[in-house]
Design a protein around this ligand. Structure first.
Ligand code: GLC
Length: 420
């Protein structure tokens, strides 16, 4: 295969990106799934490193990891009901245990207690429930004998690169069309040259021309991945915030259940992602038997029900709408339409500051009921609204403001100092 220079490669990737990313931009919301041997211990996916568990002892877990068949169907069904549009599963986390039928190592789900290809089950479940398919793959590997010494031993490096490319090639070859390749932790090398990412990702794209690749193989590729914070990337970059369900662990951790996100928290993250035209990849860490942690179910379903009625403010092509107009909520925007997500209901009147374009109409998204309003030079005052928040499920009501043109909203003009 001819390997293109970084410049040539990146210009092609840039050129094809808008078309490749269209579905992703419109999807907005996906499920991340962290699942592996660490799930058996329930103390974070880094447990092997943090608790200094020897390789020999840790390996024994492979003889206990035997989840219920087709657990992935349960996750996919939940993701679908939660309004998520894609699902990214760990095919191999830092521990090095491969969840698919790889020829690169026997340390995999098919050749140990489980005896099944869990990546195939994930793929099947996504297809059954109409979700796009993502593979997470950790470059760092604590199990491979060369995983650490590759840093200073050229022969070990070559073996480790061959292993890595072999794994990635299998994942890109054996399961039909894959939509996302989600690399993680590029240790022990510190550059894309170290990993030969340029050659590896060109191979990936030759096998899966439509694929989206994240930025963690030390090349920019298609999107940036803020972790545990929902925050837009630098301008011009696509981004996806990935979030744990409990601020503590990606892998199953029952003791962290009390710190779970509520449905309101999730909507807040989603709102921030929408205003910055980014995506939200929200994680669940299934139990070792594959079942979904109980604490995730209710909030996800509640958000799913909310999205069924308010999805217009979330899905489809959005435009950037950063900036405050009220402390009662936040926006998303589609061209001339602004969606104000009101999460702190102010009572009968709601004032939005900073809009300089004449408003055409205001209404509730959920039932199209018109809202009366007054507009001054830089304030819109919505009037005669219900006393209490009409949304009884999560307390987030979406109000649609329609303008005749793209609204001018001056974020800086409405700082308190300038009003005095
Ligand atoms: C971090 C962690 C890892 C997790 C990942 C998800 O890099 O090392 O455990 O899988 O973030 O973004």
């Amino acid at each position: 295969m001819k390997i293109y220079s970084k410049k040539q490669y990146e210009s092609k990737v840039d050129r094809t990106r808008p078309q490749r990313m269209k579905w992703w931009n419109e999807a907005r919301y996906g499920m991340f799934v962290h699942w592996g041997l660490y799930s058996l211990l329930g103390r974070n996916e880094w447990v092997q490193a943090i608790e200094c568990i020897s390789k020999k002892e840790y390996e024994k877990l492979a003889m206990q990891f035997c989840p219920k068949p087709h657990s992935a169907r349960e996750w996919a069904r939940l993701a679908k009901n939660a309004g998520m549009k894609y699902m990214v599963m760990t095919t191999k986390h830092h521990e090095g245990f491969c969840l698919w039928n790889t020829e690169q190592t026997n340390y995999n789900a098919v050749k140990t207690a489980c005896g099944r290809d869990l990546v195939a089950e994930h793929v099947d479940a996504c297809r059954e429930f109409g979700l796009k398919i993502g593979f997470y793959y950790s470059l760092m590997d604590w199990h491979h004998p060369d995983g650490a010494r590759a840093a200073h031993d050229p022969a070990a490096r070559q073996r480790f690169l061959d292993f890595t490319k072999g794994c990635v090639r299998e994942l890109m070859t054996n399961y039909g069309k894959i939509d996302i390749l989600w690399y993680d932790v590029a240790r022990p090398f510190h550059s894309h040259e170290g990993w030969e990412s340029l050659a590896m990702n060109q191979m990936v794209r030759s096998l899966q021309p439509h694929i989206l690749i994240n930025n963690r193989s030390l090349l920019n590729e298609d999107f940036t991945t803020p972790e545990e914070r929902v925050e837009a990337a630098e301008s011009g970059r696509e981004w996806e915030a990935c979030m744990t369900f409990n601020n503590v662990s990606w892998g199953y951790m029952p003791s962290a259940a009390c710190d779970r996100h509520s449905s309101r928290d999730i909507l807040n993250m989603l709102n921030t992602a929408c205003s910055g035209t980014g995506n939200l990849l929200l994680n669940i860490g299934p139990a070792p038997d594959g079942s979904i942690p109980q604490e995730a179910i209710e909030p996800l379903i509640t958000v799913g029900k909310w999205l069924k009625k308010n999805g217009e403010a979330v899905y489809g092509k959005l435009d950037k709408s950063n900036g405050k107009a009220s402390a009662c909520g936040n926006f998303s925007r589609k061209g001339k339409k602004v969606y104000f997500w009101c999460r702190y209901w102010p009572g009968k009147e709601l004032t939005l500051g900073g809009f300089k374009t004449l408003l055409k109409s205001a209404r509730f998204l959920i039932n199209n009921r018109k809202i009366e309003f007054e507009q001054t030079k830089n304030r819109i005052i919505l009037k005669n609204m219900p006393l209490r928040n009409p949304d009884k499920s999560v307390g987030v009501t979406v109000i649609v403001l329609e303008f005749p043109t793209t609204p001018r909203h001056d974020v800086f003009d409405n700082t308190p100092a300038l009003h005095i």
